[in-house]
Write a protein that binds this ligand. Structure first.
Ligand code: PLP
Length: 389
């Protein structure tokens, strides 16, 4: 069975009432996810403690996510947040005299920065890669990554301005110099296809609450198969063990699969939501969703630019994801004003963030543009660009 974009849209009740373009913060709630959460509650009511059923549900989710990103199930850890995945990997690294440098770009999400800055206490050195305005180029990484580089955390789409990183080029450079790459795909997964093996990254983190249309409290860590058993995370727990249900306490062991990066009791209710959302996305198809988003991003960015607004997201489709950012004089005030027009968007610093999913339509784009026309006093006009944050 496949779903058309129109049928997909009909699964999200909020879209009848609001123009929802805040997918970069939180995806909309579908009837499928609502039903799945109900199913979890019913299983709890009915059976009391059906842990075998719930653990099998987690395993199904692992398989579905692996299939969605071109990975093997044994390359996927199901974790409660991207931060948990990042820290489990960091805890397994040794920062020694041969390689102790973490090369980190300015467009990383703050949790990536926090986790790697904290590694300075364990011997890491941070080398920053600076942006040029709203762009952060592969050549800047090439100048920063050296034989001393252990790992390069790399956001795919920047949460602040929508810039899309050239992951393939940077990964090639890193691997040529013996450095690992950890992709943060959170601002992109679910918005178009991805094949982690083709991308070649060593690790990837992403989570469910944005374009994957699920809840907070569940995320994924991908670890390339041939790397899994080289790492022994010291941030660990019983679900990272060879057999959690052996309940032994006298040995330290780690599973042979990426589940070794897991820690405690998994977030089952969120797994039900995530499984339903992944199922729904697969009925539409990532190619179809990606095409629709690219079309809407193009329509919005082009028209916003033509209307004289400062578009901070690149005009080149290869260098942007599902998020378009406009420069505002007072972005929080603009977000509040847009709400009065029935438009739900968000902001970071001085940037208004408008982000699309496959359920959005050209009418949504035009409604946002109409609302922006009415609130244009809160937008920076081209030629009068103010200091960016
Ligand atoms: C790029 C990016 N990475 C990570 C996160 C969140 O990570 P965590 O799951 O640790 O809260 C977000 C947003 O919430 C994000 O935009």
């Amino acid at each position: 069975m496949t779903l058309s974009l129109q049928e997909f849209r009909s699964r999200f009740p909020i879209l009848d009432r609001r123009v929802y373009v805040n997918n970069c913060s939180q995806g909309a709630l579908s009837t499928d996810v609502t039903a799945a959460i109900g199913e979890y509650l019913a299983s709890w009511h009915e059976h009391g403690s059906p842990w075998e059923l719930w653990v099998e549900h987690m395993e199904r989710l692992r398989r579905s996510f692996a299939a969605a990103v071109g990975a093997l199930p044994e390359e996927i850890a199901v974790v409660p947040s991207a931060s948990a995945g990042i820290n489990a990997v960091a805890s397994a690294l040794r920062f020694d005299s041969s390689r102790a440098t973490v090369v980190m770009g300015e467009f990383e999400f703050p949790t990536m920065a926090q986790a790697w800055l904290a590694q300075q206490r364990r011997g890491a050195t941070i080398r920053w890669v600076r942006a040029e305005g709203d762009e952060l180029h592969a050549r800047s990484y090439a100048a920063a990554v050296g034989e001393d580089t252990l790992i390069v955390p790399l956001t795919h789409v920047c949460f602040r301005n929508g810039f899309k990183t050239d992951v393939e080029a940077i990964t090639r450079t890193c691997h040529d110099r013996g450095a690992l790459v950890m992709l943060d795909d959170y601002q992109r997964t679910g918005s178009s296809p991805i094949d982690v093996h083709a991308l070649g990254v060593d690790f990837m983190v992403t989570g469910c609450l944005k374009y994957l249309l699920g809840t907070a409290g569940i995320a994924f860590l991908y670890v390339r198969r041939d790397l899994v058993e080289r790492f022994e995370p010291t941030i660990t727990g019983w679900f990272g063990r060879v057999n959690p249900f052996a309940f032994s306490i006298d040995t330290l062991d780690w599973a042979a699969a990426a589940s070794r990066f897991e820690t405690g009791t998994p977030p089952i209710i969120n797994a039900y939501a995530a499984g339903a959302a992944l199922g729904l996305l697969s009925l539409v198809g990532q190619e179809t969703i990606g095409r629709q988003i690219a079309h809407l991003v193009d329509r919005f960015a082009t028209r916003a630019h033509d209307a004289g607004h400062v578009v901070r997201t690149p005009a080149d489709p290869a260098r942007r994801g599902p998020l378009v950012v406009l420069q505002s004089t007072d972005a929080p005030a603009l977000v509040a004003r847009l709400q009065a027009h029935g438009v739900i968007a968000s902001c970071r610093g001085s940037g208004l963030r408008v982000s699309f999913h496959g359920y959005n339509t050209e009418r949504d784009v035009d409604a946002v543009l109409d609302a922006l026309r009415a609130e244009s006093a809160l937008l920076v006009e081209a030629g009068a660009r103010s200091a960016q944050v």
